[in-house]
Structure formats: structure tokens, C-alpha cells
Design a protein around this ligand. Structure first.
Ligand code: PLP
Length: 385
């Protein structure tokens, strides 16, 4: 569902200020998105790295154009629907960064046919068997990245296990079917850090582990072009060790969020995606405002991490989103005295800074993209898998 439209299909909201939006609404500051994307591209360039932006946070064509600096080359996706949307929009060099399943192979085949450069992620030895059972398009090979686990404890080959080398040797056995593009580590364990020092320590240890994997592979004569890491926390700071890798693949940085601010990845001013909500009532007895942002407009993440609040309330550090039902949020006051309800009349708006932008953005079929509060564009993310 989108906002009201004129007969020519043009949104009636373009050119109006965001306070005209029906709420809850996901609003995106275009200048902040551009600055976030330019900064990450500049960091990659300074470190001599290729930026392969992850698209799962926004899942839009527009966001990926900014991530690639307009080249439309070099992305990681988290769903096949994303891969298909970007392939149809003229993007190439796309890595479908998800474990390989037999049920995905028909769609992977079409993508490999269509694109000059489409890559898959080998996360276990079964992935290789699936590729062997599904021949690549005529004249092409499956191009694969090997997912390495350096402490993230999700999918992938544990970096120091012999399995890791054996899988690479197995891939090399079938040169007509598949080719090893590189190694890939998400480095999502940086999210467990308390501050940016810890983030940087984890990132640098991860790079060293990844270099160790490359050395062991090269002792077996296994060669590949790419060594990459990324998560947004691990790629939001420079590192002297970048010289030893070739790629980074962060994604959240396009919008950033309150979690990233806590980790030291960004400042609050770098958060581009926010939820606009309206006051729908006052509970004087409970000293709470009621707002039209329930968990279906935000998610229920981050309560402990944001000191008993599901989001930061922009410009009002004493307000806390302390409870939510599906469609209603309860905003309390972090002081002993009473809220001045006259400051927050029914119908007035509050801006919520989400704890986790990827999860919150996923709740919305359209993002209202504004410059200085003026709505300029509507971005329609892809949905589904
Ligand atoms: C495989 C993979 N690569 C890259 C990313 C990007 O990390 P972030 O969301 O921290 O930017 C993710 C995020 O979950 C991921 O799963």
C-alpha cells in the first residue's frame, strides 16, 4: 500500500512535508543516505578495497545505486527476490549471499544465465553437491565464494578446521562446473562488542584469521582473487590490515540505527531511516503518551540495550517507548515529574530512531524519502524470498 496518488499515478505526497504523511511511516533522509554511502565508498577506496554493498537493509534499487556509486556493479543480496530485482534493474556482479539450497537452483540458473557475473555462497560440503547436481548454464561455471566462520557462529566453514581446506580442494576438483572466487566472512560477532575499540579488535583478529586461511589454501595450491569481510560495525572504521584483503561487504550503513550508534559505527546524525509516529492519546494516570507505533511498525528489538526503550525518541531523551502492542506504543517519561501533555497534543508527531534499521524497514512497503523534511521520492523495497 502506498500513499494517495493522482490520476497519473504520481504520489500526491511528493513535494509536501513529512508531517502530511499518514503514520506510522518509514521516512528516509536522502542527504544522510548519500553521505553514508559516499563515506563507505571513500573508506573502501582509501583502503584499496572493492565495496560489495549488502542490500538487505533497504532492498531497493535506489539504495543500491548509491551503494555502488552509480556503477550498478558489486552487491551482496540476502534473498533471491533481491538478486532478481537487481538483475532486472541492470545491476551485475551480484553475490547471492545465502546458503545454497536445491530449491533455489532453478532461479539461480536463470540469474547465472542473465548476468555476466553472478556468484553463490558455499557454506558447507552439501552446497558443493547441490552445484554438482545442477549444471551451470552452457558456457558458464558456477562462481562461488566460500563462507568462513571466524567466530560469528552462524553458517560457514570454521576458519581453522581442515574441512575448510577440504571444501576448497573439492571445489577445485570440478573446474568445468565451478570456480572459487574468494573467501567471505560476515564478521557479525562485532555486534557483541561494547564499544568501537572492541569492534576494531574483533575485526583485525578476523582479518588475521582470514589471511591464515588464504595461506593454508595457497600451500595446497588453491588460488582465488577475493578476500572479504563486512558487517557494518567492522567496516565503519579504517584499518591498517585492509591492505591484506580485497573486499568489504557492509549493508546496514545505508540507514544506520541506534544499535550502530551504541557500537560507535556512527553518530545519531548519521541515522537516515526513522519511524514517524503520531500521538493518539494521553494516559495521565499512567503518565504516558500513546502513539500509533506498535511492534508491527518497529519490531520489539533493543529494549534492554536502549535502557528500557524500544527506540530513541528523537529530540526527547527523557521519553521512552516502554511498551508496545501490535498497533499501539506506550511512551513513558524517565523522570519523577509528570509529562507536560500540552507539549505532545493528540495528532502531533514524534520521530523514532529504531534500534535495528533492517528489521524496522522490513515492516514497510514504501519508504518516504525526504530532503529537509520535504518528500522527494518514494522507494518501494522488494519483499519476500
Ligand atoms: C552474509 C552477510 N554479509 C553482510 C552483511 C552485512 O552486515 P551489516 O548488516 O552489519 O551491514 C550481513 C548482515 O546480516 C550478512 O548476513
Amino acid at each position: 500500500m502506498s500513499g494517495p496518488q493522482a490520476e497519473n499515478g504520481q504520489s500526491l505526497l511528493i513535494g509536501r512535508t513529512i508531517d502530511h504523511l499518514a503514520t506510522p511511516a518509514f521516512v528516509v533522509d536522502l542527504d544522510v543516505v548519500k553521505a553514508n554511502c559516499e563515506r563507505m565508498l571513500a573508506r573502501a577506496q582509501k583502503g584499496g578495497l572493492h565495496l560489495r554493498g549488502q542490500t538487505k537493509t533497504h532492498k531497493t534499487v535506489e539504495g543500491a545505486i548509491y551503494q555502488t556509486g552509480g556503477t550498478r556493479r558489486g552487491l551482496v543480496t540476502s534473498t533471491l527476490v533481491e538478486s532478481e530485482m537487481y538483475a532486472n534493474a541492470g545491476f551485475d556482479d551480484i553475490l547471492y549471499g545465502y546458503p545454497i539450497l536445491s530449491t533455489h537452483m532453478q532461479r539461480n540458473l536463470k540469474l547465472a544465465q542473465k548476468l555476466e557475473s553472478y556468484h553463490l555462497m558455499v557454506t558447507n560440503k552439501e552446497s558443493i553437491q547441490i552445484l554438482l547436481a545442477n549444471p551451470p548454464p552452457p558456457g558458464k561455471k558456477w562462481s562461488v565464494f566460500m563462507k568462513i566462520d571466524c567466530g560469528n557462529s552462524r553458517e560457514g566453514f570454521w576458519w581453522s578446521d581442515q574441512d575448510c581446506i577440504e571444501a576448497a580442494l573439492e571445489i577445485r576438483k570440478y573446474p568445468a562446473v565451478m570456480t572459487l572466487q574468494g573467501t567471505y566472512v560476515h564478521c557479525g560477532n562485532t555486534y557483541k562488542s561494547q564499544d568501537s575499540n572492541q569492534v576494531e579488535k574483533t575485526r583485525d583478529e578476523t582479518i588475521k584469521m582470514l589471511i591464515g586461511v588464504s595461506k593454508r589454501m595457497s600451500e595446497h595450491g588453491i588460488k582465488f582473487d577475493n578476500i572479504g569481510i563486512g558487517s557494518t560495525p567492522s567496516c565503519s572504521h579504517d584499518s591498517a590490515l585492509y591492505a591484506q584483503i580485497s573486499e568489504i561487504h557492509p549493508g546496514n550503513y545505508v540507514f544506520y540505527d541506534a544499535q550502530q550508534e551504541k557500537l560507535g559505527s556512527c553518530g545519531m546524525g548519521d541515522v537516515a531511516g526513522k519511524v514517524l509516529t503520531r500521538v493518539i492519546g494521553h494516559s495521565v494516570r499512567r503518565n504516558q503518551l500513546l502513539v500509533d507505533c506498535g511492534f508491527s511498525a518497529l519490531t520489539k528489538q533493543g529494549f534492554q540495550e536502549l535502557d528500557q526503550s524500544f527506540a530513541r525518541v528523537e529530540g526527547h531523551p527523557m521519553l521512552k517507548l516502554c511498551d508496545m502492542t501490535q498497533e499501539i506504543g506506550k511512551v513513558g517519561w524517565d523522570l519523577d515529574d509528570s509529562i507536560n501533555f500540552d507539549d505532545f497534543p493528540v495528532g502531533s508527531t514524534l520521530s523514532l530512531i529504531p534500534y535495528h534499521a533492517c528489521a524496522t524497514a522490513a515492516m514497510y512497503p514504501v519508504y518516504y524519502v525526504h530532503q529537509n523534511q520535504m518528500i522527494k521520492e518514494e522507494w518501494r523495497p522488494c519483499r519476500g524470498w
